[in-house]
Design a binder for this molecule. Structure first.
Ligand SMILES: Cc1cc2nc3c(=O)[nH]c(=O)nc-3n(C[C@@H](O)[C@H](O)[C@H](O)COP(=O)(O)OP(=O)(O)OC[C@H]3O[C@@H](n4cnc5c(N)ncnc54)[C@H](O)[C@@H]3O)c2cc1C
Length: 391
């Protein structure tokens, strides 16, 4: 094995261990209490997993993106909410790393992130634009008499683990005069930010992400504004990376639902040796659906790996369609698998307190089509399909 492959293998061995020993153990309590998965995130911090994607030159472990995606899958099998917190953080880190553009402030920030295992939340959605990341209402506003600092106030409808994050990556209009699509991404430290809650968090699924709405207010040094325009950051990194990591989680959730259904069928077969198990046929149907999901997620990862360094290629309409389709397909297929798995298990899958319970999986997976509404993505795709030369 190469040094890089060794590093990835050691990282994933650590993730496997903590997913089974910690995330799985607390998953039901996290879900029931809609509480932050503190134990899992602390364990990830101890393993330096929050800086996994930071390159070695800034003190990180330089773990590959494929290994981090695999970690999302592994965590997703044990606790969807923990996996989502991990993934959302990694999306922010990957975005910063890919768009450093020689910024001394962001280079130092990465070193700090490694040392302190800082957790970054995402503030892209906004009241007025919903899940349309390509437009902002709130603007970065210069402070009179202090050109080195700026302020903002953003009405954010959903900020996962906002109250637990060390920092927030926020999208804003570049200035009060800028149009809705003239956006920047700003890193705001929690210590420079106030979060005024605008609601509670008692949702159907992904309850442990703790994602209520806030009015987010901050005063930040302008050095904390990422240099690249947000539209490029979004196209070349944030959108495809989000779709890849989220879909790995959804695959993990669906895989565990399938595993539980399979355990149910095998237990039934053991109880009545030699007799047919009617649910076994249904299990075969679930496997077909799961394999479609797995194939889509894995082929998208292969497409990403081939193109990730080629920013021009990532900016094509064909690539936008490719990673939008991943999101659409995976977010529709994961709940389908979970629902079919529940059909295999019957009432013991429906109950919340059996080894075959699938309620949490089904509820968590139903968030997938809302994390940026699928209809929005279909509308974008519809426009692209009209004009793209190749798809
Ligand atoms: C578990 C979870 C965690 C989240 N965490 C975060 C987070 O940390 N940070 C963050 O910024 N956001 C987060 N989000 C929110 C973000 O993903 C949502 O996209 C955002 O809240 C907008 O949601 P919305 O459905 O209210 O609004 P909209 O996107 O406006 O959608 C509202 C409705 O209008 C429909 N609609 C909207 N536009 C169109 C269109 N063009 N064509 C057809 N129909 C359309 C939609 O299908 C939907 O039915 C999270 C969401 C979930 C589920």
């Amino acid at each position: 094995m190469t040094v890089a492959a060794d590093r990835d293998a050691a990282f994933l061995a650590g993730i496997d261990q903590l997913a089974d020993a910690i995330a799985a153990v607390h998953a039901d309590d996290v879900d029931r209490g809609a509480r932050f998965p503190t134990e899992t995130i602390d364990a990830l911090r101890e393993q330096r997993a929050l800086s996994a994607l930071v390159p070695a030159e800034y003190g990180g472990d330089g773990i590959s993106f494929e290994a981090v995606a695999q970690a999302c899958f592994v965590l997703g099998r044990r606790c969807g909410a923990s996996a989502m917190v991990f993934a959302m953080h990694q999306i922010q880190v990957a975005t910063i790393v890919r768009h450093l553009d020689g910024s001394p402030w962001f280079e130092d920030y990465l070193r700090e992130l490694v040392a302190d295992q800082r957790l970054i939340a995402s503030v892209t959605s906004e009241v007025g634009t919903g899940g349309d990341m390509s437009r902002s209402v709130a603007a970065l506003t210069p402070i009179d008499g202090d050109p080195a600092r700026a302020t903002f106030e953003k009405q954010a409808p959903t900020v996962s683990y906002g109250a637990y994050a060390d920092d927030l990556l926020v999208t804003l209009r570049a200035s009060p005069d800028a149009g809705p699509g003239d956006q920047v991404a700003v890193l705001a430290r929690q210590s420079d930010t106030t979060l005024e809650p605008t609601g509670t968090w008692d949702p159907l699924g992904m309850r442990g992400t703790c994602s209520p709405g806030y009015v987010v207010r901050a005063e930040v040094p302008v050095a904390q504004v990422m240099g690249a325009p947000f539209p490029s950051i979004s196209t070349e990194s944030m959108v495809p990376i989000s779709h890849l990591l989220w879909s790995h989680i959804w695959l993990g959730i669906a895989t565990d639902a399938f595993d539980r259904a399979r355990a149910f069928v095998r237990a039934a077969a053991r109880r009545a040796p030699g007799e047919p198990v009617p649910a076994a046929m249904k299990l075969s149907h679930v496997m077909t659906q799961l394999s479609l999901l797995r194939a889509e997620v894995h082929s998208a990862m292969q497409d990403w790996t081939e193109a990730e360094a080629d920013r021009e290629r990532l900016s094509t309409m064909a690539f936008a369609l490719r990673f939008n389709n991943l999101k659409l397909a995976a977010s529709e297929q994961a709940p389908r698998v979970c629902q079919q798995a529940m059909g295999v298990c019957g009432i013991v899958g429906f109950k919340n307190d059996t080894p075959f319970s699938i309620g949490r999986h089904l509820r968590d997976s139903m968030s997938a089509s809302l994390m940026v509404a699928n209809e929005r993505i279909h509308q974008t795709n519809a426009g692209l399909l009209l004009i793209a030369k190749e798809v």
